[in-house]
Design a protein around this ligand. Sequence first.
Ligand code: NAP
Length: 283
Amino acid sequence: MARSQLSVGLIGYPVDHSLSPVFQQAAFDALGIPARYELWPTPAEVLDERVRWLRGPEVLGANVTVPHKAAVFTRVDQVTERARRAGAVNTVVNRGGVLYGDNTDVPGFLAPLRERGLPLGELAVVVLGAGGAARGILVALAEAGCRQVTVANRTAERAHELAVEFGVVAAPLDQRLEPCLRRADLLVNATSVGWDGASLPIDAALLDALPATALVYDLTYRDTPLLQVARRRGLATIDGLGMLVYQGAESFRLWTSQEPPLEVMWRAALAARQAHEQASRRS
Ligand code: NAP
């Protein structure tokens, strides 16, 4: 007897540049799960309708991206503790019409650091940015018990708000960041600066302040000028593709209760990124 088709997809607006359909579909296909991962572009005015629709028996759940992570947090029936702390849901699981919200960006961010065997509890970390992604990173760094965390943002007030909420230090996103960088083991770019392949979130010269053993981690899932400058200074770097794949793998685990085929997901994500880059070079 043929098994009926299940749906899962990405809620956001816009969603058309996402790599998630490619590597999630590869994972479903590899395990023979009859599910389609779809793009669900959802303007704010139809978000309620979309969330209601997720309760249907053919829907496994969803990923949620910009700008709806905080709005979906308020619309699901139950949330995990890490989603509550982040104030954001990036994964919805439909269990018999009841919607559970989780935030897999939190373990997704930590996974590439754990993979490198870093002693997370001993790290001094500087986070650039105070938007939704930075919030998730602060939850992750607190979960990992990092020794010292500084958050720096263009709009100083937002950094201060996060610093108070998470019990970390706020700093301006300019030359005054230098003393913090001198002591940092890890610099995380959680701003949206770098997608254009030209801009840097901080002055390139500031990277000279980092110790030679520091790691620079950019959440952007492409190579960025920040990572290029860091590498030229001999620093180790990580881009955001790993976080994307690991958060997706955790979502897959929640939807299917099966071990995600990580290697398959990685291969598909790398190929999709390469195809996107080639297409954008041609256009
Ligand atoms: P967001 O909520 O819109 O926040 C954007 C942040 O970037 C804010 O802190 C903003 O500062 C800062 N910013 C924007 N333009 C700037 C500029 N010209 N100079 C300095 N700072 C600037 O976005 P988000 O959801 O946090 O996402 C941030 C980045 O993380 C995006 O690139 C996103 O793609 C990436 N991300 C990656 C993953 C992954 O899986 N790899 C997951 C989540 C997010 P102000 O407060 O001053 O405006």
